[in-house]
Design a protein around this ligand. Sequence first.
Ligand code: TXA
Ligand code: MG
Length: 341
Amino acid sequence: MDSEWQKELAVPAAKLANGEQIAFPTETVYGLGANACDDEAVKGIFAAKGRPSDNPLIVHIYDKRQVYELVSHVGRMAERLMETFWPGPLTIILPVKQGILSALVTSGLDTVGIRMPDHAVALELMRQAAVPVAAPSANTSGRPSPTVAAHVYTDLSGKIAGIVDGGPTGVGLESTVVELVDETHIQVLRPGGVTLEQLQICCPEAQITMDIELLSQEAPRSPGMKYTHYAPQGQLTVVQGEPEAVSAYIQEQLVLYGNAHRCGVLFFDEHEHYESRASLALSLGSMHELEQAAARLYDALRQFDEQRIEYIWSEASTTAGIGAAFMNRLLKASGHQVIKV
Ligand code: TXA
Ligand code: MG
């Protein structure tokens, strides 16, 4: 017997199965879903987001067994990762089986990214729709990913068939995307909700690598990593260094710019709070609980836009644990504009 919340998903699930685009919550960010086997449905995702069609989409499943219908080979390491992290924020790139998914999902590549989200609403919606669901983040291309239904509404209202509101997402940053180079080598293409440390514990004998560009000051040059930038309308600068030096630098900038411009700051609770000089100073929480910073980042970037902030300075975190994903997104949002003090 289905309960009330499950019954409420019948209409959006039917729309999803029939080729329409539905936004739904996951444990990372809201996704914009469509039937991954239907070309027209998938086209609708790219159109609603204004997304370049050569950036492939992640396919979401509600049952691990679906993976064997969608891909041509699942190795032992992939199986171990699926067992350990699914449902959860890990996307695994696997060789696609021909003739099942829309070619628009993979943008013509011979691989597909698959994940099983750890969210009861997402799983139930897909179970009722009974199709694999292609879903990028449910934002306008280039904007921060949505962590509450209102963000989706702001970006996509009028362009999609519906939004399932499941409250705030948990992690707040997208899934970790991994490619399995061979049975001994995991390449992290995007740091995310599953940390490098967790991957290493799961696969102790494996070599785990990540392109240094993903956490550096240099803008990435490799294709596929060039699109999403989350950039706020104001100019964002990441300030790295010892806490006192960072605070002093930001205070100085606020004195210089604060009278003539609307200025914003992102800070950790242990440091200066900047409220008196900034138009909008937002806390990332404690620097020792970076899960909170991760969960707050995208909403903060959107708040700076709403308040028409022109210059933003952000403190930096370590790159341990979820810090790698947090710093990767912060650096992208800043267009890799970093000041070392
Ligand atoms: O947490 C998430 O992953 C969210 C939620 C909705 O599940 N989805 C998401 O999708 O972030 P999207 O489309 O915004 O990001 C997908 C990422 C992109 O960086 C894309 O280039 C990469 O995955 N990707 C997808 N398929 C790929 C493939 N076959 N090879 C390499 N990279 C791939
Ligand atoms: Mg995205």
